[in-house]
Design a protein around this ligand. Sequence first.
Ligand SMILES: [Zn+2]
Length: 256
Amino acid sequence: MLEFLQFPCRTDNFGMLIHDPASGLTASVDAPEEAPIRAQLAARGWRLTHLFITHHHGDHVEALAPLKAATGCTVIGPAAEADRITGLDVHVKGGFRFLFGNHAVDVIDAAGHTLGQIAYHLPGAKRLFAADCLFSLGCGRIIEGTPEMMFASLERLASLSGETLLHCGHEYTLANGRFALTVDPDNAALQARLAEAERRVATGAATLPVTLAQEKATNPFLRAGDPAIRAHLGMTDADDLAVFTELRRRKDKFKG
Ligand SMILES: [Zn+2]
């Protein structure tokens, strides 16, 4: 059984370690900050063997070089951003599968936030590491790609089993939930999730992971087809992509 350890890094990034007791392998999903990652490794006596990099932004790769230098770990990351990430050893892209010990890891194209972003899915453990593509109750800003690209990426992630546990690059649930309520105010499941997120954040606890089934019931960016959201936007007859694009435009302007 794989062990998963989530912990805070930087201001609002998540650190994430995946440990396989059978093989002794340990991976960090992204490399947001060296000190907390090393502290968590040391506390458990785990040796870092892999980095699973999702995209080139500094808050996801800052600790790549020092961690690689200190541990000799193998760095896996997006082929499409290999020219922007120093130190990648293995280039992967959507559709690739590799083994971590005896555990399959599927690479999913998650472009939109950046042009080459990838997500990592461990189907056996039912865990998804969506980085800055799919957030809880939200989605990443479309910095390099197009709405079409981001919409297609979100559809790929949302097509995984509803039992899949979602991990994200940032703790944004509360701010995302406040925006979500402005476009889907009568969604009781969303109201309940926002209340739960407020309770957790107030005690210093993380709001993640959550199941994809919960996200599909509450995240407006996965619900472009929802009649209530469409009615609220005055876009009853628009196509899903147009609704998604309008949601993203409103979120970009939202001052929560
Ligand atoms: Zn990013």
